[in-house]
Design a protein around this ligand. Structure first.
Ligand code: HAM
Length: 424
């Protein structure tokens, strides 16, 4: 029996891999334009990092982490998200002391043991940005604008941006007390888990998937959060900034983020046509996380987007229109010429031309068939005759034309002709 990829994980190849690559190139460019530097953190982290950041009572920590004990007895997890590792790295490398506002960008696999379905995987991929070191609402605006811009450039349109403010920690304590009071008369109807949540972290009742709990928790809920004057002003500035930047948003929707570290601004971006898993990106402010992980008291804000969901929702963009024929196939007329052919192929690659050749001694006819099947733009037959004459004939398979080039300038000439269409 052949083995298969684990449930909730996928192999990426061919056209899908090319779309992925184009997406990463697009978002990297946009991140750099806004001043974000790439950081790559390990996939493995200590479990304690997520217990202290995402929160002990969240579904992610309680039910979804891939966790194991290593040989040294340490509790290790496959990271379920990117924000906590970025803050850990920010502190470990003393960026708090060297950069005023650290603007960091990341992309990579994340792991959550959720029930797999369309748009929900156990190994999925996020890209995201984190701006650490400022409490200014204008950084919230910049992050949300960048989030929208990246999605648009990836072909995800239209989108709906849900925006709210969860207030500061004091506001959250007051809001929690209110929510607890609202739920108290229905306590017995809630599931056992939610009854425990009411005492430990009442906001998590809002995440419960149980229909009765949902109905009770969300009934007539205008907003779970009451805001102090400073948080209201912060939120007003964010809304003003987004309006000025012409980013549409909906601040009437009630939603709860499933991670504990948020304060003030939070947002979720939804795309059409994705069914139940329609959140393509989400983020917000987390003004206490740096301090809670042992650093100074500095504000921070960021977002992460799900790459699989973006590719499901994306309309074709220029970046991923199927490539026309690409590169050149050097067909070998006599098997004894493999060495020279190989050298020519290397020259082509050195000049930036996608170049292919056969290494298995196929007949010339089979090589020409293969060139066509592989979608090569041009094919050049290399043999004794070409060596003697010092020229080589290049057939353009797209246009159906052919021309002859001196062998000594073969690579440079093809680089000129083919390079603009050679997106590897
Ligand atoms: P999150 O809402 O848990 O936030 O995830 C962000 C995005 O990752 C989601 O909107 C979705 O597109 C994608 N995603 C999450 N889980 C899955 C899954 N099982 N399968 C496929 N895609 C998934 C965070 O992770 C926060 N770290 C965001 C953030 C950054 N907040 C501040 N900075």
């Amino acid at each position: 029996m052949t083995l298969q990829a684990l449930r909730g994980t996928t192999d990426l190849f061919g056209e899908a891999a090319r779309r992925w690559w184009a997406l990463e190139r697009t978002i990297r460019r946009l991140a750099r334009l806004s001043g974000y530097e790439e950081v790559r953190t390990p996939i493995l982290e200590e479990a304690a990092l997520f217990l202290r950041s995402v929160g002990e009572t969240t579904d992610i920590v309680q039910k979804e982490m891939f966790q194991f004990e290593d040989r040294g007895g340490h509790q290790i997890v496959l990271r379920p998200e990117g924000t906590a590792p970025i803050v850990r790295a920010y502190l470990e490398h003393h960026l708090d002391k060297t950069i005023g506002l650290a603007k960091l960008f990341y992309t990579g696999p994340m792991f959550r043991a959720e029930r797999p379905q369309a748009g929900r995987y156990r190994q999925f991929h996020q890209y995201g940005v984190e701006a650490i070191g400022s409490s200014s609402p204008w950084v919230d605006v910049e992050v949300i604008v960048l989030c929208q811009q990246m999605l648009r450039h990836c072909g995800v349109e239209p989108i709906r941006v849900w925006l709210t403010s969860m207030g500061c920690r004091d506001d959250q304590a007051r809001s929690a007390a209110q929510l607890r009071q609202r739920l108290a008369p229905h306590r017995d109807q809630l599931c056992k888990e939610c009854q425990a949540r009411m005492d430990k972290n009442v906001f998590r009742v809002l995440d419960c998937k149980h229909p009765t709990c949902r109905a009770i928790a969300w009934k007539d809920l205008h907003t779970p959060f009451v805001l102090c004057q400073a948080c209201r002003e912060h939120f007003d500035t964010v809304r003003r900034g987004l309006t000025a930047a012409q980013v549409g948003f909906d601040d009437t929707q009630v939603f709860a983020r499933g991670l504990d570290y948020y304060t003030r601004t939070v947002f979720e971006v939804r795309a059409e046509g994705l069914g139940a898993q329609d959140a393509v990106a989400a983020g917000g402010r987390y003004d206490h996380l740096v301090e809670e992980l042992g650093g100074p008291s500095v504000g921070a804000v960021g977002f992460a987007a799900g790459i699989e969901r973006i590719l499901l929702a994306a309309h074709p963009t220029v970046a991923d229109t199927p490539p026309s024929r690409q590169g050149v196939y050097l067909a070998i007329a006599q098997p004894g010429l493999v060495d020279q052919a190989f050298a020519l192929v290397q020259q082509l690659r050195h000049n930036g031309v996608l170049a292919r050749m056969d290494s298995d001694g196929k007949s010339l006819k089979a090589q020409l068939r293969e060139a066509d099947k592989m979608g090569c733009r041009a094919v050049a037959v290399f043999g004794e005759q070409e060596l003697q004459q010092g020229t080589i004939n290049v057939k353009d398979l797209e246009r159906g034309t052919q021309h002859t080039i001196p062998l000594e300038s073969f690579a440079a000439a093809l680089a000129k002709e083919l390079k603009p269409t050679c997106h590897v």
